[in-house]
Each structure stands twice: as C-alpha cells, then as structure tokens.
Design a protein around this ligand. Structure first.
Ligand code: SIN
Length: 272
C-alpha cells in the first residue's frame, strides 16, 4: 500500500493478492486520467510479481482510454487474423466462451514474437458464470522434477494458428512457428512452461503420437488448482495478464448470456 499522486490528486494505490499462485487486485486508480510514471512503475512491479492483475472500477474507460493506457506498456499489437472493432485498431471484441477461449492457452503463440501482455476490459458481464481461470507457468515449471525440467530444456514445440487463420486466408507458414518448451522471462529471469493446448501440435523432431502423452501430462499440471487463480468478473474490471508466463481459459457456464470484453495485446519478443 502506498500514497501516490496522479495529475495533482492524491490516489491511494492498493495491491492485494488474490491467490497463492498468481493474481492480485489493484484499487485506487482512475484510468480515464493519465497515470504518473511513478504510479505506473508500482503497477508494473505488482504485475511482474503477481503475473495477473485486476484493476478495479474502470467502467468509465473509453476505447481511446484503453488504447492510451495500453500504449504505456509497449507497442499495441494488431491481431494477424481477428479483426479489431470499428475505428480502434488493436481492440478486439471478445464474446465467448468459445472452443478456443475455453482451452488453456497463452495468446497468439503461433507468432514468432507472441504478445508480452494482454489487457482485457469487462464491457457486458453475465449475472453469473464466465469466470476466467489463470495458471502460472512459473509454478508449473517449478513443480516438475529436476529430471523432467532438464529434458524439457532440450525441446522446442511447434505452434500453429487456429482454423480461424485459414478462414481469414492466411497461409499456414504465416501462422506456424517453433518456441522453446520452457522460456526464460525477459524481465524477471524466471523460467516458465510455454506450451499450450490451443496452438501446440507436437515437439519439434517428434511426431504427434509421440508428443501427445507428454504434452497432456504438462497440460494436466497447468490445470492443477494450486497453480491457478479463478477470476470472478465485476463491472469495471480491467485485467492485465503476463502472456509470457501464464495461461488462461474461460469457464463455459454462462448459459448463453451475453459476455463482452475488449482485448488489447502488447507486442512481445522472441521467446528464449
Ligand atoms: C481470451 O482467451 O483471450 C479471452 C479470455 C476471456 O474471455 O476471459
């Protein structure tokens, strides 16, 4: 907890952990106003420590505000095949659950440089259901035996875009790449598991049948409750997750009720 000044008005920035593995809530920010650099540095430190942060109370944010705040974190990345909302390149309308968002994944890992982080703002929420689950790739990696950690360190995985890529007319080679199975976070230096059920087909040099059992074992670790945080959305929540060391999945229990969120991703670097 720290006293902050933003644009001349005192703000009380609060940070509260929401689970043992990852996740923290931030209160006391109004993102319709410019956040001063010191406050932003504190938010960023909370983000790097907790991997997922929820900034409460941002109902009043406009698409312009969301893009302006996102740009403070890095370069806004436009999705290679999912269109942006009209007039706001970089803001994607998420209305789910869908088969893609219900599966544990990190965003756009079929790209050579997947996004570093994602900002997701609640716009229309169902009365109940549609929680988002998050899992810590650090925790998963650290829970593995030294022998398996060593074996994974020698492997790369092949990532492909989903069928949406081909419906958008993209050539397969434009949405296929390989990444290390374990990556080192460029800012924290910690190692995190970096394979996910949406985009990975197999380990490089292995066939799909050989890869499947080990991949399934790793995905089972991702879903272990003690590695996760389950976010129950409130009006005005803005979630920011670290796409380099977490995965997420939506719980498909909205019963068809409307659920709309606005997503912005920030460009990342080559996983190593
Ligand atoms: C996503 O997978 O990017 C969307 C997550 C959500 O709808 O909660």
């Amino acid at each position: 907890m720290a006293m902050m000044k933003s644009m001349g008005r005192a703000q009380q920035l609060g940070v509260r952990k929401l689970a043992g593995a990852l996740g923290a809530e931030i209160t006391g920010l109004d993102l319709t106003r410019t956040v001063d650099d010191k406050t932003l540095a504190d938010v960023r430190a909370a983000f790097l420590e907790n991997q997922v942060i929820c900034i409460r109370g941002q109902h009043a944010m406009t698409p312009e505000d969301q893009l302006a705040f996102a740009a403070r974190w890095g370069e806004v990345a436009v999705h290679p095949y999912v269109p942006s909302i009209e007039g706001f390149p970089g803001i994607m309308r998420i209305s789910d659950p869908t088969a893609i968002t219900e599966t544990w994944h990190a965003d756009t890992t079929h790209a050579a440089c997947p996004p570093a982080l994602t900002l997701l703002l609640a716009r229309v929420l169902p009365e109940v259901g549609g929680d988002t689950m998050f899992s810590s790739g650090y925790r998963v990696y650290e829970s593995l035996s030294p022998g398996l950690q060593q074996a994974l360190a020698t492997l790369r995985a092949v990532h492909h875009g989903t069928e949406l890529a081909s419906s958008a007319g993209l050539d397969e080679s434009a949405v296929t790449t390989t990444h290390p199975v374990v990556r080192t976070h460029p800012e924290t230096g910690r190692r995190a598991l970096f394979v996910n059920g949406n985009y990975v087909s197999h380990f490089e040099g292995w066939n799909e049948g050989e890869s499947a059992p080990l991949l399934q074992y790793l995905y089972d670790q991702v879903a272990r409750p003690e590695h996760t945080y389950r976010h129950r959305w409130q009006d005005g929540d803005l979630i920011i997750w670290d796409n380099r060391c977490t995965q997420h999945a939506v719980v498909a229990d909205t019963g068809g009720a409307e659920r709309v969120l606005h997503r912005v991703t920030i460009a990342g670097d080559t996983p190593v």
